[in-house]
Ligand binder design. Sequence first.
Ligand code: ADP
Ligand code: MG
Length: 252
Amino acid sequence: MSLSHNNPQEFVLAVEGLTVSFDGFKAVNDLSFYVDEGEIRVIIGPNGAGKTTVLDLICGRTKATDGSIRFRNQELTKMKEHEIVHAGVGRKFQNPSIYEDLTVFENLELSFPRGHGVFGALTFRRDKEVIDKVSEIAEMIFLSEHLHQRADLLSHGQKQWLEIGMLLIQDPALLMLDEPVAGMSVAERKKTAELLNRITKDRSVLVIEHDMQFVEDIAHRVTVLHQGKLLSEGSLDRVKNDPKVVEVYLGH
Ligand code: ADP
Ligand code: MG
């Protein structure tokens, strides 16, 4: 049995003893970590360390072999993927999944969560609500000037921002991003860091990233994975100077 924390309710996410075995190979092995409300946590580690698998486990795409994942005190390991989304966990994959032949506006509009009981009399009000929300999000993701542009004409970085916007419009309490700045220019990386720092006023973010400048710009704390296990954890300064981390990850 893994260690238990005394006050799980102060964490947005409490991962304890998490293990997944693929035909006997433990891609994630007895992993525990805790993410605070409003925190940006970055997961780093060499290729194959199990980083993406951790996100797959949290979002319910992969079933855990053992351990627990509590999100605001709901046990995610017992929930289906769509229930986890509904509970407030949004996840962005490495390749953007946007509708290339639709505009920025239409992509955001499609992601707007539709409530129940939408009847004729409410249509006008709802339309205004959607338009206002789409404008607000477009501004946040630096795409206000491109609202009516087709998504396939956006730059790679702008497509990544659009997908972040499509998650933000659903207002997740926990946003998970897998290598969001891969392929971005330095200027785009800076703006992405700015964006993530702004959205944590009322949500937590879990990011996998290799770019150490970007990690420095966003991380409140860093979790280092190696061979499915926790190798080191703490401030970026702390883990950067941890000899174990230098040896397996930063030293080459
Ligand atoms: P990272 O994101 O840190 O590079 P991954 O989480 O993608 O690493 O992968 C960790 C290890 O688990 C790798 O050795 C990978 O091949 C293996 N793995 C991931 N998913 C599966 C799966 N569905 N079936 C079998 N092996 C997997
Ligand atoms: Mg990965």
